[in-house]
Design a protein around this ligand. Structure first.
Ligand SMILES: NC(=O)C1=CN([C@@H]2O[C@H](COP(=O)(O)OP(=O)(O)OC[C@H]3O[C@@H](n4cnc5c(N)ncnc54)[C@H](OP(=O)(O)O)[C@@H]3O)[C@@H](O)[C@H]2O)C=CC1
Ligand SMILES: O=C1OC[C@@H](O)[C@H](O)[C@H]1O
Length: 359
């Protein structure tokens, strides 16, 4: 039987457009037949904006309830999973409210401003017996399973020695843009760096010999923009003693970064390379020291957010509270890396968005 997940959508910005369009794609276009999706409610700060959003991105979808606030989505009895697509600064409060309303939650990255907020979210989810996950969509790409299989099953590059990852994107320099706005949790680290960190984690944190232990050392340098003080460019170097790997994660909001190699995993027998982009990759290159290079193509129908949505639907259908592919514990770890990077570089956000509610 096909399971239909019933989604309530919060905020109608750039990424929500892509998410909703992917939800509404026919799942057979990606060979999925066990789950499908229905958008039952959309909340925006403006009812007119919600209406405009539906007209443009979900035309012909009758019966979607539209709200001029977010709270009404949380109290809509038909909503089973809430998707939060606001800026980072607003994730914590909204996720806690959604979980307390008994809803399952898929929250955009970065899940929160700091690890303490995400820890509180995990606690509230457990108390309310509901599912919660950060929307680290890349982790759900079939391409990611191929990389893991090359690394761990086929041992295609032998012993891993070094990992370099990047996500960079040149944004218009504008203090009003969320990317530059500290009050909205702006900067390269929380917006783009979380992907560079996730790739390091796929290889090093989740390395069979590391078993999700923290690295031996994390050293980071941050270059802040004089405009607003958020990080323009950041470099994170980590040493992983157990699997004996050194990793470098880089991120920037002032350059577009390399296109030919966003992730490079170097081992004793060769390299695995992921070209543009590390958040929406479509190709994996296996370059052995000896023998022919192999290219594996993973074309995407739609934007590619449907794979995470399908898995969330399956997890909710099956009564899971935490994802096996991207558990909340890994979000907590990734955010603890961000906390450490900021601590080492005296990079603080306004107190209004760093707070943790008394629990
Ligand atoms: N997975 C991915 O590939 C991507 C993920 N993201 C993540 O999605 C989130 C949103 O990013 P994006 O869509 O680019 O952002 P946008 O600025 O385009 O949209 C954010 C939306 O949040 C709502 N909102 C609520 N409060 C505010 C506020 N104070 N200022 C601005 N907007 C507010 C608005 O919706 P409304 O007016 O309807 O209430 C707005 O449209 C971020 O967490 C980001 O990291 C972003 C891009 C790509
Ligand atoms: O998640 C993201 O991925 C793509 C980027 O362009 C965007 O800024 C970021 O939020």
């Amino acid at each position: 039987m096909v399971y239909t997940a019933k989604w309530g959508i919060i905020a109608t910005g750039w990424i929500t457009e892509r998410f909703v369009k992917d939800l509404l794609l026919d799942p057979s276009t990606r060979d999925v037949s066990d789950v499908k999706h229905e958008v039952v409610a959309i909340g925006s700060r403006s009812l007119e904006k919600a209406q405009k959003f539906v007209d443009e991105f979900a035309p012909g979808q009758t019966g979607i309830r539209l709200y001029g606030d977010y709270e009404s989505v949380l109290s809509d009895k038909d909503v089973e999973i809430v998707y939060i697509g606001t800026p980072h600064s607003h994730h914590y409060k909204l996720a806690i409210a959604a979980l307390r309303a008994g809803k399952n939650v898929l929250c955009e990255k970065a899940m929160t401003i700091n690890a303490a907020q995400a820890k509180h979210i995990a606690k509230v989810a457990a108390e309310n017996n509901v599912f919660v996950m950060e929307a680290m969509w890349t982790r759900f790409f079939p391409l990611m399973r191929k990389v893991e299989s090359l690394l761990w099953d086929e041992k295609a590059i032998g012993t891993i020695h070094r990992v370099t990852t990047d996500l960079s994107n040149k944004f218009a320099v504008d203090p009003a843009n969320r990317i530059y706005n500290p009050a909205l949790g702006g900067g390269a680290l929380l917006d783009l760096g979380v992907y560079a960190i996730t790739w390091v984690n796929v290889v090093c944190y989740n390395h069979p010999e590391n078993k999700q232990s923290p690295p031996t050392s994390t050293k980071a340098s941050v270059l802040k923009t004089p405009l607003t003080g958020v990080d323009e460019e950041t470099v994170i170097v980590q040493v992983w003693d157990k699997p004996h790997i050194i990793s470098t994660a880089t991120m920037s909001i002032v350059v577009d970064g390399p296109t030919d190699c966003m992730v490079r995993i170097e081992g004793s027998k060769g390299q695995i390379i992921v070209p543009l982009s590390s958040c929406r990759p479509t190709k994996v290159i296996l370059r052995p020291n000896e023998g022919e290079e192999q290219v594996f193509d993973f074309p995407i129908v739609g934007y590619g957010m449907h794979w995470e949505a399908d898995q969330v639907a399956r997890d909710v259908r099956d009564g899971k509270k935490v994802s096996d592919i991207y558990p909340i514990a890994e979000t907590l770890y990734a955010l603890s890396v961000c906390d450490e990077v900021r601590k080492q570089n005296d990079f603080v956000y306004p107190a209004e968005i760093e707070y943790v509610e008394e629990s």
